[in-house]
Design a protein around this ligand. Sequence first.
Ligand code: SF4
Length: 363
Amino acid sequence: MEPPVIPRRASRAVRVGDVVIGGRSLVSVQSMTNTPTSDADATAAQVDELAAAGAELVRVAVPTREDSAALTEIVRRSPVPIIADVHFHFDRALEAIDAGVAKIRLNPGNIADREQVRRVIRAAADAKVAIRVGVNAGSVVSRTDEASRQAELARPMDELMAEKLADYLGIFQEEDFHDLVLSAKSHDPYLCVLANRRLAELWDYPLHLGVTHAGPAETAVVRSAAMLGALLIEGVGDTVRVSIAGDPVREVGVALELLWSLRLRPRRGVELIACPTCGRLQMDLLPILDEVKRRLADIDAPLTVAVMGCVVNGPGEADHADVAVCTGRGRAVLYCRGERLRTVDAEEIADAVEAETRRLAEG
Ligand code: SF4
C-alpha cells in the first residue's frame, strides 16, 4: 500500500516567470551559478546545464555593474527563470529588474535603507517581478554598536531572524507588495528548522528552504537532507536549494532525490536499490552496480531496479522491484516484477538488467 502523501501548508502562490512557487504547485528546485555573471557565455552555459539536470529556477550573483550588464543576455538565453541575488547595492536590483529577471533576492542585513527598498519594490511591482526576502543568521545581528550587537547575540537566533524579517516586511506591506518568497538560512540545519517553523506560523508567503554554506558534498548533503527533510515532512517549504561547495549541478540531483524520496514529486528515472554489501557477498558487486547505474542513467521511466548480494534480502527486494538481480557465486538470478526469469553468468548481469529495464521502459 502506498504511504499517504505529505499534506502541505497552505501558502500564497507567487509567480516567478513561468514557475509558480507556493499555492498548489509542486516544491520547485533551484540552484545558483558559480561562474562570474559578467561572463554571459559561461553563465548561460551553466544555466543550461542546471536546467538540463532539473533546476526549474536559477539564481545568479550580481555584485557589480558588469554583472548586471550581462543579465539581459543571460535572461534571453535561459530556458528557466533567472533570479538576481543582490547584496549591499540596491541599484543592482534596479538594473536586474530592467534586464528582465523574474525575481530578486534581497538581504535585510545589507540593504536596509527603507527608501532604497521602496524604490526596488516599486520597480518590481511595475515589472511584475517577485522578491525573495532572505535573512541569514550571519548578517542579521546589528553592527551599529557593540552593546546592541552583544544584546542581539544573547537572544535566540531564530527569534531574532523572524523579528528582523517582520520589520523589513513592514516596508513591503506599506507598499502593498505581496509577490514575496521568504527564507531564513544558516549553516546550522537545526537553527534553519526552528527559524522556518516561525516563518510558517507568522506568514503565508511561500518559503525557500536551504542550509547556507553547507560545506563540501559529504557534509552538505547530510545537513541539507536533515533540515529539508524535517521541514518538508511537516509540509513546510515551497522551493528548495541544496547548497554544496563546488559544481552546482550536483545540487540539483540531490534536491530532486530528496523530493522524490519524500514523495513530494513524481520520480523521474530509475530508482536504484542496492545491497550495502556484507560478509555473505560472493562476487564483487560494486563494479556491477556502477555499470548498471551508468547504463540506466538515460532512462526517464520511473522504474525500480534492485541489485542484491545474496538470498537473505534479494528475493524480497525482487518482489517490490521492477527488475532485480540476486547474485551468488559466479551467477545471478534475474527477476522481473517478482517473477524469476532465469539465471545469468556474472559477466552478463549488466546486459541482462539493462535489457529487461529498457523493455519495461519502452513497454
Ligand atoms: S543482500 Fe546479502 S550480501 Fe547484501 S548486505 Fe544484505 S545480506 Fe549482505
